[in-house]
Write a protein of this length. Structure first.
Length: 97
């Protein structure tokens, strides 16, 4: 993978962005596998939702966003949506057990 400054044209930049996005999506798939596996340790729907854990996770992601020069509000929204989806899927998985 090239550094952004090493790219010589827009097509090369787009290829690198696509490669990064593919890796991000692959990692999200791995994250989802852990989410589904966690369902076996949850005793009830409130345990699946884990509101306190959800809120502390969002706060940690905001800190990480700032460390990497990203907008913490944007990262929080992204994770709020993503993890909200994962919680819905984990609930389905938990209820099917």
């Amino acid at each position: 993978m090239k550094e952004a400054e090493e790219c010589v044209d827009i097509e090369e930049i787009r290829r690198e962005i696509d490669a990064i996005d593919r890796e991000v999506i692959e990692l999200l798939g791995q994250r989802f596998a852990y989410v589904k596996a966690a369902a076996q340790f949850k005793k009830n729907a409130d345990g699946v939702k884990a509101v306190d854990r959800f809120n502390s996770m969002l706060e940690q992601r905001r800190i990480w966003a700032e460390e990497f020069g990203l907008n913490p509000d944007a990262i929080e929204k992204l994770y709020r949506d993503l993890v909200g989806y994962f919680i819905e899927e984990e609930l389905k998985h938990w209820e099917s057990k």
